[in-house]
Write a protein that binds this ligand. Structure first.
Ligand SMILES: Cc1ncc(COP(=O)(O)O)c(C=O)c1O
Length: 365
């Protein structure tokens, strides 16, 4: 059997290892800004909900408890601005990466089908297409895609890695185009609550969707908004015919969010206070790092939302990675997200206040 992994793109985190070793040799230690993993505590009310549901001997359901579905529909209405959302229009998933990587296969896509995603993107959109044997198609502008054979169109706003936010008009145009060509539009909105200089909108907002979820699915995750990357808590909302089919497939596959995580999700989605507090932490780290990077000669592009600064010194990204590693600061080369990122680095502001202050000191010394 030919190895399935041979179909996958090379994602050479290994290439970062020597730079990591250089950065780690800094006398005051490494400041690792290369990955967007939360570092602040899981809010107390979420931990309590998890612990209170620890005695869960039976199988949970793929669709989730009625309480979870109420929490999902309630949040989609309250936070995304959608109206009249029903249980058939939501579906819990085991972290959104799992969903992104398996969605094309679970939709039955395969050879001859195309999956499109932004040219600079989270690599898992391409992985999902390749795992299914479908053709990955990077785009600059979704409405300029050739619709022949195209079955799935990914949007990602706010974007990883650039932090770019699509405007209302861009979202509306993508939705109209996808509907006109019968292409399913799936919008990865996992950074939606992390807008800084923009107010990101969901494709499910009536001003974008026209009041109908037909042909639209939004992907949401609690990893970033609630410091829950360790819990694997995410969900879909949107077109009930698509979600109903996915529910059937995922029941057969046993793709179930653990019961204590379902309970924790209910608590997390019912509370906006911890989200506001976490946003404040990130806002301060972002401002400090941005100022220091600009003072050091970087230009920061896009980055109006998400957990990243997309920065350039107009030089090959590996030169930048090397220069910052010399200061003990590790960042991700833009090339990891597509060849178009060859002159940029992605700087995550998910380190602790203490580590961010260390990076700022080194950049401003
Ligand atoms: C754009 C995007 N989508 C999805 C994910 C996956 O998040 P999770 O699997 O924690 O829900 C990430 C994580 O960094 C991401 O950047």
């Amino acid at each position: 059997m030919p190895p399935v992994s041979a179909r996958l793109p090379v994602f050479p985190w290994d290439r970062l290892e020597p730079y990591k070793a250089t950065a780690a040799a800094h006398p005051d230690g490494i400041v690792d800004l290369s990955v967007g993993t939360p570092v602040d505590p899981v809010p107390e009310l979420i931990r309590t909900a998890l612990a209170d549901a620890a005695d869960s001997p039976g199988y949970p359901t793929v669709w989730g408890t009625p309480a979870l579905r109420d929490a999902l529909t309630g949040w989609v209405e309250r936070r995304l601005g959608a109206e009249g959302v029903t249980h058939t229009q939501v579906l819990p998933v085991v972290g959104s990466k799992e969903l992104v990587a398996s969605l094309p296969a679970q939709l039955g896509l395969g050879p001859g089908d195309k999956v499109a995603f932004p040219r600079l993107a989270y690599p898992t959109y391409e992985v999902g297409a390749r795992l299914a044997g479908a053709e990955p198609v990077p785009y600059d502008e979704p409405t300029e895609l050739d619709p022949a054979g195209l079955k799935l169109l990914w949007l990602n706003s706010p974007s990883n890695p650039t932090g770019r936010v699509l405007s209302k008009d861009e979202l509306r145009a993508a939705v109209a185009w996808a509907r006109a060509h019968g292409v399913l539009l799936v919008s990865d909105e996992c950074y939606l609550e992390l807008g800084w200089e923009a107010d990101p909108m969901s494709v499910l907002h009536p001003e974008i969707s026209g009041g109908s979820f037909d042909g639209l699915v939004a992907v949401h995750s609690l990893s970033k908004r609630s410091n829950l990357a360790g819990y694997r808590a995410a969900f879909l909302a949107g077109d009930e015919s698509v979600l109903g089919e996915l529910l059937k497939i995922r029941k057969h596959g046993g793709m179930i969010v653990p019961a204590p995580v379902q309970a924790a999700t209910v608590a997390a989605l019912g509370d906006d206070k911890h989200v506001a507090e976490q946003r404040e932490r990130y806002e301060a780290r972002r401002a400090a790092l941005r100022g220091a990077l600009e003072g050091y000669g970087f230009r920061v592009e896009y980055s109006e939302a998400s957990l990243y600064l997309w920065a350039t010194r107009d030089e090959p990204c590996w030169d930048t990675v090397g220069a910052l590693a010399g200061l003990g600061i590790l960042v991700a080369p833009g090339e990891f997200y597509g060849a178009a990122g060859g002159a940029h680095v992605r700087v995550a502001f998910t380190a602790t206040d203490e580590r961010v202050a260390a990076a700022v000191r080194r950049l401003t010394a």
